[in-house]
Design a protein around this ligand. Structure first.
Ligand code: ATP
Ligand code: MG
Length: 148
């Protein structure tokens, strides 16, 4: 079992897509182990995306991430990190495969609806950035045949 962090970014929250995005993750068999909404301030957005601090888009990205509330999820399952990245699609919605979250819901390379950890190392940092152990939950997914 692997854990990863996903964020419904401010653009998708503002468009009423939290439920749609969580549904796609759940339907892929991932278990939501933790969830909450937060409004990051600029400094927190910079801390969270610190690996990108030297990139030209860092200031714009962190301003965007602090522009409104986000929904933060811990997702758990077999190969959860790569599964989430596949469901999200490529960074640029225009280049993302049909049927991916970013292709369907993203509007620009920056406002691309969703974030997902890209490695076990980043997942460890990112999950603990938002959640304490007692805020994550283990339970069995009971998937009824034909029950969706
Ligand atoms: P994320 O880390 O958010 O899941 P990613 O791993 O697909 O996305 P990264 O290269 O880590 O892509 O970039 C982090 C975020 O920075 C992107 O999701 C996007 O919001 C923004 N971003 C990336 N490249 C650009 C760019 N060229 N111009 C503007 N914003 C960008
Ligand atoms: Mg990334």
């Amino acid at each position: 079992m692997e854990r990863t962090l996903a964020i419904v970014k401010p653009d998708a929250v503002a468009r009423g897509k939290i439920g749609e995005i969580m549904r796609r993750f759940e339907e892929a068999g991932l278990r939501i182990s933790a969830l909450k909404m937060v409004r990051l301030n600029k400094r927190q957005a910079e801390e969270f995306y610190h690996v990108h601090r030297a990139r030209p888009f860092f200031d714009s990205l962190t301003t965007f991430m602090a522009s409104g509330p986000v929904a933060v999820l811990v997702l758990e399952g077999e190969a959860a990190i790569s599964t989430v990245r596949t469901i999200m699609g490529a960074t640029d919605p225009a280049r993302a495969s049909p049927g991916t979250i970013r292709r369907d819901l993203g509007t620009s390379i920056e406002q691309n609806a969703v974030h997902g950890s890209d490695s076990r190392e980043s997942a460890g940092f990112e999950v603990s950035y938002f959640f304490r152990g007692a805020e994550t939950f283990d339970y069995d997914r009971v998937d009824r045949r034909g029950g969706g």
